[in-house]
Design a protein around this ligand. Structure first.
Ligand SMILES: *[C@@H]1O[C@H](CO)[C@@H](O)[C@H](O)[C@H]1NC(C)=O
Ligand SMILES: *[C@@H]1O[C@H](CO)[C@@H](O)[C@H](O)[C@H]1NC(C)=O
Ligand SMILES: *[C@@H]1O[C@H](CO)[C@@H](O)[C@H](O)[C@H]1NC(C)=O
Ligand SMILES: *[C@@H]1O[C@H](CO)[C@@H](O)[C@H](O)[C@H]1NC(C)=O
Ligand SMILES: *[C@@H]1O[C@H](CO)[C@@H](O)[C@H](O)[C@H]1NC(C)=O
Ligand SMILES: *[C@@H]1O[C@H](CO)[C@@H](O)[C@H](O)[C@H]1NC(C)=O
Ligand SMILES: *[C@@H]1O[C@H](CO)[C@@H](O)[C@H](O)[C@H]1NC(C)=O
Ligand SMILES: *[C@@H]1O[C@H](CO)[C@@H](O)[C@H](O)[C@H]1NC(C)=O
Ligand SMILES: *[C@@H]1O[C@H](CO)[C@@H](O)[C@H](O)[C@H]1NC(C)=O
Ligand SMILES: *[C@@H]1O[C@H](CO)[C@@H](O)[C@H](O)[C@H]1NC(C)=O
Ligand SMILES: *[C@@H]1O[C@H](CO)[C@@H](O)[C@H](O)[C@H]1NC(C)=O
Ligand SMILES: *[C@@H]1O[C@H](CO)[C@@H](O)[C@H](O)[C@H]1NC(C)=O
Length: 645
């Protein structure tokens, strides 16, 4: 019984297994070409080609599609499979192939010339691989080719002239290769082009005027292509353009004032980092679909008169590093008013634009989604409007490098999402509002170089993410609150220098175990340097100069092994210069104008005259000869210790 059952099962299996034969009823050439393809794959981490075996018809292999009737391979779609290998010339035998999609794998070697035999090929996508060599001239024989996507490879040489024979081409995507030889004018002959995307190639040359013949062009991106000259005006005739980027080139000249009216469908416009001059075209007001406007780092000048009120989808505006202000007109930032209906705005960068007015109150009407606002390095003056507290979506706010006066608005405490706040280099006065302690997400706070008075608010101790705090160069007084020294998050920078802080340095400073830079120079701090400072073992720079510290440098500082710069100058420190300093890998140490006594060490940093200073310590001796100090007299004290005086 068991035997019978077994036989039955075997027979059944045998009968249902597909017949294995050398003929597939299709084209054996296709079969052989696919086997060659597989044989060149050296790594297939997910077993994508496991089904490419003799018990399965090749038309059913993973990623392969055949025509229903003729059973010839029409599509190979193996995108993002982690395949490593090269592409064999045999692929050129798949004469019915319409699509070859190998995007995002690790194919290397050259793109075989034999692909030129694929006269039915419409889609060739080899992007995001490691193909090298040139773009084969023979591809020009693929007369039905619509999409040529070779971005993200290591292709060299120039775009072959013969490509212009491909009269059906709609997509040319060659970004991020090493192509040279300019963007060839003959490409203008391919009137079908809709997407031309070649950013990140060292092409050189200029943008050819002939590209203005691409009446169907929707996307044009040629950023970082080392292009110079001006943008030919014919490009602005391409009224279907939705995406236009020539960022990071060396383009000169000005933009046509009617540009925005000529390109009404623009969604992104990226011309950052060129040498463009003239007005930013006011007609951009007409680009009602615009989402991204990047005109930063150019020489644009004249008043910015874009009316943003119709640009309902805009989410990023970069105009930084231009000369947009400074015309002495009170309304040079009137465009801010028009931004109030842009409810998707997330980024507004107006850094270094030469604006010279008071910040309009309407800044507070900007989108609740506004996350990044940079107004730094202009000449904005007057009070900061209270309305700034309405921008509750802000994560980054830069107001530094202006001439703001008055107080820091207490409404700043409403910006609960703020991670970075900089107001350095203004003329802000009054107290630092306690409300900064409400900014629980704060990572960096820079209020340096203002006229801020009073004490450092202990509420800053609530900011448990704070890793950089700079309050230097203000008029702050009283003790350093222990609460800020107890913030383990302070890992990067604590600068309280150039104030009038007094009292001793709290021993809690030893809690700053991860801090890299501690700068307390130019205050009235007094008392001993706390030995707990030796716990700050991440310190790279320690500046305690120009205070009233006295006593000795504590031996505990011998644990600060990573410190590269030490400044103890202009205090009342005494005792010997600690021997352990010789072992530190210091770039410099300043011990000048204290009252150190005894022997100057000779090793480590003390062996290089340009790296240390001991001036103004009248009781030192020894050191290396050029210092001209008296020799140390070694006195054997009663207790047996050697002492140098
Ligand atoms: C052949 O492919 C089929 C389908 O993926 C699979 O089930 C089978 O295990 C494969 N055979 C071999 C020998 O790899
Ligand atoms: C392998 O397959 C898994 C699950 O389908 C997927 O998450 C992973 O990204 C694949 N890896 C590669 C290299 O294709
Ligand atoms: C590329 O493929 C890998 C799997 O090999 C996948 O994890 C990754 O997400 C893909 N990248 C893109 C951009 O599709
Ligand atoms: C297919 O292509 C390869 C290489 O291009 C060639 O050697 C082979 O003879 C071609 N024909 C067949 C039927 O495989
Ligand atoms: C199979 O394809 C090859 C190459 O395209 C061609 O030379 C050959 O005639 C085809 N054979 C059949 C039976 O279709
Ligand atoms: C081929 O690759 C692209 C990415 O380049 C992908 O978006 C597309 O869906 C793939 N094509 C097919 C037919 O699956
Ligand atoms: C490349 O194209 C030339 C000219 O059409 C042709 O003679 C040559 O055979 C092609 N090379 C391959 C490998 O198909
Ligand atoms: C473009 O095509 C015209 C004819 O259509 C031809 O005369 C001209 O030489 C071509 N230009 C280039 C640069 O190939
Ligand atoms: C823009 O197109 C118009 C109408 O087709 C044409 O008259 C004009 O010469 C074109 N301008 C440029 C700079 O190509
Ligand atoms: C573009 O501007 C940069 C920086 O101002 C300058 O160094 C460069 O020479 C300028 N290039 C041209 C082509 O004007
Ligand atoms: C917007 O387009 C209209 C119609 O083409 C035009 O009259 C107007 O001047 C344009 N606006 C700007 C600011 O250029
Ligand atoms: C802007 O929004 C206000 C309502 O918040 C509306 O009254 C006004 O018409 C809008 N302006 C434009 C130009 O859409």
């Amino acid at each position: 019984m068991a035997f019978l059952l077994y036989s039955l099962v075997v027979v059944t299996i045998f009968l249902t297994t597909p017949t294995i034969s050398t003929s597939y009823g299709g084209n054996e050439t296709d079969h052989q070409a696919l086997l060659s393809f597989k044989s060149m794959i050296t790594h297939d981490p997910n077993g994508s080609l496991t089904s490419w075996n003799s018990s399965v018809h090749f038309c059913d292999w993973n990623g392969v599609t055949c025509g229903k009737r003729h059973r010839r391979v029409t599509v190979i779609q193996l995108e993002s499979r982690g395949l490593t290998g090269s592409l064999p010339p045999h692929v050129g035998n798949l004469s019915f192939l319409r699509q070859l999609n190998l995007t995002n794998n690790s194919f290397h070697g050259s793109i075989p010339d034999e692909l030129g035999r694929l006269s039915r090929l419409r889609v060739l996508r080899l992007g995001d691989n490691k193909f090298s060599g040139v773009i084969p001239t023979n591809l020009s024989a693929c007369s039905n080719l619509k999409e040529l996507s070779l971005w993200g490879n290591r292709l060299v040489g120039s775009i072959p002239k013969e490509i212009s024979f491909l009269s059906e081409l709609t997509d040319i995507e060659l970004d991020d290769n090493d192509l040279t030889g300019g963007i060839p004018p003959f490409l203008g002959n391919i009137s079908s082009v809709e997407v031309f995307s070649v950013s990140g190639n060292p092409f050189g040359g200029s943008v050819p005027d002939t590209l203005g013949r691409w009446k169907n062009l929707r996307v044009f991106t040629a950023g970082e292509c080392n292009l110079h000259g001006s943008i030919p005006h014919s490009i602005f005739n391409l009224s279907l353009l939705t995406g236009f980027s020539l960022a990071e080139n060396q383009l000169t000249g000005s933009l046509p004032l009617a540009m925005g009216t000529m390109l009404p469908h623009l969604v992104f416009l990226q011309l950052r980092n060129n040498n463009l001059t003239g007005l930013i075209p006011p007609s951009i007001s007409n680009c009602s679909k615009l989402q991204v406007l990047e005109m930063s780092i150019n020489d644009f000048n004249g008043k910015l008169t874009i009316d943003f009120s119709e640009l309902k989808d805009i989410y990023a505006i970069f105009l930084n590093d231009n000369k947009l202000g400074g015309h002495g007109e009170a309304d040079e930032m009137k465009f801010i008013d028009s931004l109030k209906n842009c409810s998707k705005l997330e980024i507004l960068n107006l850094n270094t634009c030469n604006f010279q007015v008071e910040l309009p109150i309407s800044i507070g009407n900007l989108s609740k989604h506004l996350s990044f606002l940079n107004l730094a390095i202009n000449q904005l003056h007057g009070n900061l409007p209270l309305s700034i507290g309405n921008l509750v979506g802000l994560t980054v706010l830069h107001l530094g490098g202006n001439r703001f006066t008055g107080k820091i608005p207490f409404t700043i405490g409403k910006l609960q999402n703020l991670g970075v706040l900089t107001m350095y280099d203004n003329q802000l006065a009054g107290l630092i509002p306690d409300a900064v302690g409400n900014l629980l997400m704060l990572i960096g706070l820079d209020l340096s170089t203002n006229r801020l008075e009073g004490h450092i608010p202990s509420s800053l101790g609530n900011c448990h993410h704070l890793s950089l705090l700079d309050l230097s160069n203000n008029l702050l007084v009283r003790k350093i609150p222990k609460q800020i020294l107890q913030l383990p998050s302070l890992t990067i920078w604590l600068d309280l220098s150039q104030n009038s802080l007094s009292g001793s340095l709290p021993t809690y400073v030893g809690d700053l175990k991860m801090l890299t830079y501690l700068v307390l120079s130019f205050n009235n701090l007094s008392g001993n340097i706390p030995s707990s400072l030796g716990s700050c073992t991440s310190l790279s720079l320690l500046f305690l100069d120009d205070n009233l510290f006295d006593g000795e440098i504590p031996q505990s500082l011998s644990s600060l092994k990573g410190v590269e710069g030490l400044d103890f100058a202009h205090n009342n420190l005494s005792g010997q210069i600690p021997q352990f300093l010789e072992r530190f890998l210091l770039e410099f140490i300043d011990l000048s104008y204290n009252d150190f006594v005894g022997k100057v060490p000779v090793l480590g940093v003390f062996a290089n005259r340009s790296k240390f200073s001991i001036l103004g310590n009248s009781r030192l001796c020894g050191g290396f000869v050029e210092l001209g100090l008296p020799k140390c007299k070694e006195i054997k004290k009663k207790n047996g210790f050697l002492c140098s005086l």
